[in-house]
Write a protein that binds this ligand. Structure first.
Ligand SMILES: [Zn+2]
Length: 172
């Protein structure tokens, strides 16, 4: 689930090494970026995922994708770029039109997949294909899944729900 070849999704392929650590997760769309930043302030799990990408010298671009296959909310694209300073760039696509509550947990899920790649020694497309191949549970099937990605998605959902819940007044 949530993993596929690039397909028709169009991304800016630029992968600037400048200050990757300062902002290791970047959204192509300003509103999406603002949603992720706001969520990271109330979801320690999401904040930790973003920090982990930076620690692993990764740079992850996130963009809306209207053309994801039915049933797929997000995808870590089979695309990787290595910059001269050793930063590895990865791309995440998030389905356009998801319910508001689904967007950030989907991003968290795909960030976990990006971290799984960054934690391996994958540095090029062939390595990425091998990595996905090892994860695949159904031979020849284009999508794969990991328990940890499902777990962080649920955890971020819980943390965001908790943050939205009305606060009880401690004086009452
Ligand atoms: Zn997944």
């Amino acid at each position: 689930m949530r993993l596929l070849a690039c397909g028709p999704v169009v991304f800016i392929l630029l992968c600037p090494p400048v200050s990757a650590r300062a902002q290791p997760v970047r959204a192509a769309d300003q509103n999406l970026g603002a949603s992720i930043a706001a969520a990271a302030r109330v979801s320690p799990t999401l904040a930790a995922l973003i920090e982990r990408v930076g620690t692993l010298r990764g740079l992850v671009y996130i963009a809306w994708a209207p053309a994801l296959r039915r049933g797929i909310r997000g995808a870590l694209l089979q695309k990787i770029q290595l910059t001269p300073d050793g930063t590895r760039c990865l791309w995440i696509a998030v389905r356009t039109g998801l319910a508001h509550d689904e967007v950030v947990p989907t991003v968290a899920h795909e960030l976990q997949h990006a971290i799984e790649v960054l934690e391996s020694n994958v540095r090029d497309l062939a390595g990425l294909a091998r990595h996905f191949g090892h994860l695949a549970t159904v031979p020849g099937h284009p999508t794969v899944e990991t328990e940890e990605a499902r777990r962080v998605q649920r955890q971020v959902e819980r943390e965001l729900r908790r943050a939205r819940a009305p606060k009880r007044c401690s004086m009452c």
